[in-house]
Design a protein around this ligand. Structure first.
Ligand code: HEC
Length: 159
């Protein structure tokens, strides 16, 4: 095979995420950021159980399995709904400043590049119908009506 044709063949065989690069602002890069940023781990139902397959109907639409610890019980929210009424600029500001209860690693989101946050926004917006909200967080001492993980670390993040 001709060398150039080989290179093109190689490029076509790459998964779409490999074509998005740091600094790009695109839906493809947003998908990649959601994977490497770990957002699907908690916010996409079935992701862990399937070995990292993203069901398009469930991508970032939240999970109804609670996380229980000293903070009460929290649920990985439906991110499609969470950003539904935000502009892209509004999302960037929000993503740089918001806080949330454990186990949400909001500090990791603060550290993302602005271009990656813009891509993430575009990716989430591309996912279509937001679907239903996840159960509301519960204060300590209230028993959840859903399945939940018990996460009771001996040390808690401060603040
Ligand atoms: C370890 C599980 C976990 C991971 C990983 C995770 N989240 Fe979360 N996330 C949660 C939980 C649980 C909540 C709800 C926290 C609460 O109720 O205060 C949450 C809340 C949020 C919220 C707040 C939404 C609102 O309306 O209050 C945003 C935004 C968010 N997550 C974005 C992300 C992004 C972006 C990523 C990837 C970089 C991510 N999350 C990764 C578990 C996780």
């Amino acid at each position: 095979m001709h060398k150039g044709a080989l290179a093109l063949f190689g490029a076509l065989m790459m998964p779409v995420t490999a074509l998005a690069g740091a600094g790009d602002v695109s839906v493809e890069r947003g998908l990649q950021v959601s994977i490497t940023g770990g957002c699907n781990d908690c916010h996409t139902a079935g992701y862990n159980e399937s070995g990292g397959k993203i069901d398009p109907a469930k991508a970032l639409a939240g999970t109804a399995i609670g996380w229980q610890g000293p903070w009460g019980t929290t649920y990985p929210v439906n991110l499609r709904l969470a950003i539904k009424d935000m502009t892209e600029d509004g999302f960037v500001k929000y993503a740089k400043t918001f806080t949330a209860k454990p186990p949400m690693p909001y500090f990791n989101v603060h550290a993302m590049d602005e271009s990656d946050l813009r891509s993430l926004y575009r990716y989430i917006k591309s996912l279509g119908d937001p679907g239903p909200a996840m159960p509301a967080a519960l204060p300590p001492g209230v028993e959840p009506k859903t399945p939940f993980y018990v996460a009771a670390p001996p040390q808690m993040p401060k603040g």
